[in-house]
Ligand binder design. Structure first.
Ligand SMILES: Nc1nc2c(ncn2[C@@H]2O[C@H](COP(=O)(O)OP(=O)(O)O)[C@@H](O)[C@H]2O)c(=O)[nH]1
Ligand SMILES: [Mg+2]
Length: 617
């Protein structure tokens, strides 16, 4: 895990509604292509900017959203996904599947790849048809093929040519919630905030259960967008179907606070799948799956898509402003009397030195804050250890008291059941706490870094009398990284300590006392090793976040220096060479400047069209 800044978080969650005037990806991508072509004429020094624009274009093209499918075992999650894929790729079964999520990506060929918890080399299979993939997956993600996940699989990726995936959705088949593997629920909850949306599946037969209602209550606060599906409606006639929908709507409204009028899609995943496989259009139509597909595509195009386009065009505008600043500085430097030029260059160099010194100070402050975060982590884990000890001792007591008989087996069983869920929950809480703390701590540094970089650019612009635009995209929506799924291996089993002769000869009350002491000692060991697991994961993400922040700042500063000092310096070099070359250079710069100014305006009008659309929409 790594923490993103609060600004990023906040903007990631805004959903900007689309409207007719909104830029579409094609227009934006075309503008980016023209920019890249124009910058390409300027030579090697501009490679970084061209690369940045190409990266934006790639992100625009690849803008994927991550959609998790949730629900209890056997509600038909895998069948629904198969229906959307158009063939039986995922194993479906009546036996509960293991706790392993499957990520389904777009790919030209059918391919499945299995990743392991403690190995770097994934296993993979390429297949012509779905059967081979399904058999392969069955070996790794089903309880029959991989009981208790003894193979240590962490997650699975499937690549598939289904048209829906080409539209930019990554589908995620999640382990079912429910009683069989209780801690799966916690692991799922920790994973949800990273997903863009989720489909919540219940079925008509049997109707929604208390377990699902409870899970849903927890899910609601974790996931940005939730769609509801009532599966297996083929069991019902028209009238029952209506009643089942009404019942589900009522439960969602009354028990989970889902607003009235929230759409619920009644479907038969089984019919949908059969319809697709047999090419039976009528069956496909009545299955209700086309509505789900349509709704998903609409969501992708209208909400997720426009937020991404807005961010990309904002960042592209900044990249163009930077290029234009650079070109204008170069032009001025080619034309200005050399003496003047030298004077101004000296002032700029002093400003750059100042920025570098400030950067050093930021470094010192950052390492102080990093140390403070480590300290806070130590305190937090100390507290966690106490709480966990208390909680697990309670479990020991309860298990021992339950039948008045000191039975180690019973205690061990109770602990084994409680530990994974308890610590999975702590992972989520701790990650959230530290994400907030780190964001809060980095915020002033971010402001300072922005000011530092702006200072250099502004000085250069003023000295050389060229227009200056403050960057707009700092903190603009970052495409979420692909969601990760961490499955910790919680130590939950104890080796029973055989009671000695002495124990057996003691009176009952003294024996019980000894038992408590022995078990509490063991609980302590369990707590230490599990909390250490959590501490280490958090420590690493704190360090990673701080390092990334530092290197991003260095990168931006280097780019700024290149765009200002670098541009002027290159011009001075030119002037030392022949005048013929200078004339060529001037012409080249002039052409590129004109082109890019034009493109910058197009970008602006795309964006303001989008804004007007938003306001009217
Ligand atoms: N009648 C009926 N059965 C379904 C439907 N969808 C799934 N099933 C069956 O329900 C069982 C569990 O399905 P599966 O997709 O493995 O559920 P998961 O555990 O939620 O992934 C399988 O036997 C499916 O064939 C449906 O729409 N109608
Ligand atoms: Mg399944």
């Amino acid at each position: 895990m790594s923490f993103t800044s609060r600004a990023q978080q906040a903007t990631t969650q805004t959903n900007v509604a689309d409207a007719p005037g909104n830029p579409n990806s094609k227009d934006l991508s075309a503008i980016l292509s023209s920019c890249i072509a124009s910058i390409g004429t300027l030579g090697e020094g501009y490679g970084v900017i061209a690369g940045r624009l190409a990266e934006l274009q790639r992100r625009l093209a690849e803008g994927r959203f991550h959609l998790a499918v949730l629900g209890q075992f056997k509600r038909g999650k895998s069948t629904l996904l198969n229906a959307l894929l158009g063939e039986e790729v995922l194993p479906t079964s009546v036996v509960p599947l293991t706790a392993i999520p499957t990520f389904i990506h777009s790919g030209e060929e059918r391919l499945a790849r299995v990743y392991f918890q403690e190995r770097d080399d994934p296993q993979q299979v390429e297949a012509e048809g779905p059967e081979r993939l399904r058999d392969f997956l069955t070996d790794y993600v089903t309880e029959t093929g991989n009981p208790n996940n003894k193979l240590g699989v962490s997650h699975v990726e499937v690549f598939h040519p289904a048209p829906l995936l080409k539209k930019g959705v990554v589908l995620i088949d999640t382990p079912g919630i429910g009683s069989t593997f209780r801690h799966n629920t916690e692991a799922t909850l920790n994973f949800l905030p990273q997903c863009d949306a989720a489909l919540f599946l219940v079925s008509a037969d049997p109707p929604i259960t208390e377990v699902e209602v409870q899970f849903l209550r927890q899910v609601r606060s974790k996931v940005r967008r939730l769609f509801f599906i009532l599966n297996k409606v083929d069991y019902l006639g028209d009238e029952d179907r209506y009643a089942a929908l009404a019942f589900l709507e009522k439960v969602l409204r009354e028990e989970v606070d889902v607003p009235r009028g929230t759409e619920i899609f009644p479907v038969s995943a089984r019919q949908g799948l059969a319809g697709r496989i047999d090419g039976d259009d009528e069956l496909w139509r009545v299955s209700g799956i086309p509505e789900v597909e349509h709704h998903l595509l609409d969501f992708l195009e209208n909400e997720k898509g426009s937020a991404l386009r807005e961010a990309v065009s904002c960042k592209a505008a900044d990249a163009l402003d930077e290029t234009l600043l650079r070109l204008r500085l170069a032009m001025r430097s080619l034309q200005m009397p050399l003496e003047n030029l030298a004077q101004r260059m000296a002032i700029l160099e002093a400003k750059i030195d100042e920025a570098r010194r400030e950067r050093e100070q930021v470094s010192d402050l950052l390492s102080g804050d990093r140390r403070r975060m480590h300290q806070f982590l130590e305190e937090h884990t100390g507290q966690l250890r106490d709480e966990a000890n208390e909680y697990l001792r309670g479990i020991v007591r309860e298990a021992l008291v339950r039948d008045g008989q000191a039975s180690d087996e019973r205690v061990l069983e109770a602990l084994g059941e409680a530990i994974p869920g308890y610590f999975e929950h702590q992972v989520g809480q701790t990650a959230e706490l530290f994400r907030e703390q780190v964001a809060q701590i980095l915020e002033p540094h971010q402001k300072r870094a922005d000011a530092l970089i702006e200072g250099v650019r502004k000085t250069a612009a003023e000295l050389f009398d060229v227009p200056y635009h403050a960057p707009e995209s700092s903190g603009a929506f970052e495409m979420a990284h692909r969601p990760y799924w961490v499955k910790h291996k919680w130590t939950s089993s104890l080796i029973p300590i055989p009671t000695g002769l002495l124990d057996r000869s003691l009176p009952a009350s003294a024996r019980l006392k000894r038992t408590y002491k022995r078990l509490f000692g063991q609980v302590e060991e369990l707590v230490v090793s599990n909390v250490e697991n959590l501490r280490w994961a958090t420590f690493q993400s704190i360090d990673q976040t701080f390092s990334q922040f530092g290197s991003a700042l260095d990168e931006r500063l280097a780019e700024t220096i290149e765009a200002t000092h670098g541009a002027i310096h290159a011009a001075i070099e030119r002037r030392r060479s022949h005048s013929k070359e200078i004339a060529d250079e001037e012409e080249k710069i002039q052409t590129a400047t004109k082109d890019l100014e034009q493109l910058r305006e197009e970008l602006e009008s795309l964006a303001s069209g989008a804004k007007a659309g938003d306001e009217s929409g």
